[in-house]
Write a protein that binds this ligand. Structure first.
Ligand code: FAD
Length: 287
């Protein structure tokens, strides 16, 4: 089923998982998925390391298991910067063979010391390519605080409009910790004529290192409420975990009350945290 259909029925709840590290067998993900099984997400998306076509195998295998073994709709992420058109066509054939209908089409991040393949410059190029090679539901990424390389939110939204017009039917945001950015972003999308459903990406932060990495990677801003929490509980892992879960739940309740189209939970492959959040909010999603 195309995941864009879910938005017609309810507030969508989706999860994101990533393939195990190269040093671990791909099977270790199934323990995580087994423990997420009590949850009722509308779909689960599977990330893809930006390196190139060789990374697609684990993503494909996991996305296929989510759909066929767990009976949950799945989404395969595909970053295109390091793919040739032949690589992309081959991945699409594989997805079709596994009946995976949903793709998060991404540019991917640049890899130091490695030249892009040159066939796709932006995610919008991949969106057009996918649209011309099959009947897939295409999802795009977006950035409530602006993408770091965009030169500003206005320009970023202009580029986003181009990406959506190329064939995107739903959007998922990068994580954010201040819902105000999301609400202002939504208004700007509306002004720009971007009318597809937008899921809010929520990441429960459960340790100090994780947030330091996220801030340097994505450039998200941290509100006072969040930094006070880190200062108070950052050195106490259990208290920090509980506070991080409570913060994410608080964000989701506020977003649901403001009529968000959906919540995309970055699970970090941590079923304990995902289950706690699900328990607290799933009735809000159903209403
Ligand atoms: P694009 O939409 O191509 O945008 C990239 C930049 O180019 C933006 O600054 C945009 O404003 C600008 N731009 C776009 N079009 C034009 C144009 N025509 N002219 C000039 N500038 C332009 N990365 C992975 O490697 N693997 C993953 O699995 C993965 N999953 C993700 C999931 C989500 C929900 C999100 C939000 C991000 C994910 N990423 C992943 C990270 C993503 O690949 C990076 O953020 C990347 O830097 C941008 O990807 P994009 O698809 O948003 O790019």
């Amino acid at each position: 089923m195309k995941t864009s259909e879910f938005f017609k029925q309810k507030t969508v709840l989706s999860l994101e998982v990533f393939p195990p590290k190269r040093t671990a067998p791909v099977d270790t993900i199934y323990k995580t998925l087994d423990e997420l099984k009590g949850m009722t997400p509308d779909f689960i998306s599977v990330t893809y390391g930006a390196g190139g076509s060789e990374n697609s195998r684990a993503t494909l295998e996991i996305a296929s298991s989510i759909k066929h073994r767990y009976g949950i709709e799945s989404v395969a992420h595909i970053p295109c910067l390091h793919l040739t058109k032949e690589d992309a066509a081959e991945i699409l054939l594989q997805l079709k063979a596994h009946q995976i209908e949903n793709i998060l089409a991404l540019r991917g991040d640049r890899i130091p010391d490695r030249e892009p393949a040159g066939d796709f410059k932006y995610a919008a190029d991949l969106v057009g390519f996918i649209r011309d090679h099959g009947d897939f539901n295409i999802i795009g990424a977006c950035y409530p605080e602006g993408h770091q390389e965009s030169g500003g939110l206005v320009r970023d939204i202009h580029n986003l409009k181009h990406k959506v017009d190329a064939g995107v039917s739903q959007l998922i945001t990068q994580l954010f910790f201040d819902n105000g950015y999301f609400y202002r972003f939504r208004e700007r999308l509306d002004l720009a004529g971007i009318r597809v459903p937008v899921e809010a990406g929520i990441m429960p932060v459960v340790n100090k290192k994780q947030i330091e990495r996220m801030v340097s990677l994505c450039g998200v801003r941290l509100p006072k409420k969040f930094t006070s929490m880190m200062e108070r509980y950052g050195d106490n892992p259990v208290a920090m975990r509980d506070a991080g879960i409570a913060y994410a739940v608080d964000q989701i309740v506020d977003l649901a009350a403001h009529g968000v189209d959906g919540i995309h939970l970055y699970t970090m492959n941590n079923p304990y945290i995902a289950n706690k959040i699900h328990e607290a909010v799933f009735r809000l999603m159903a209403s």
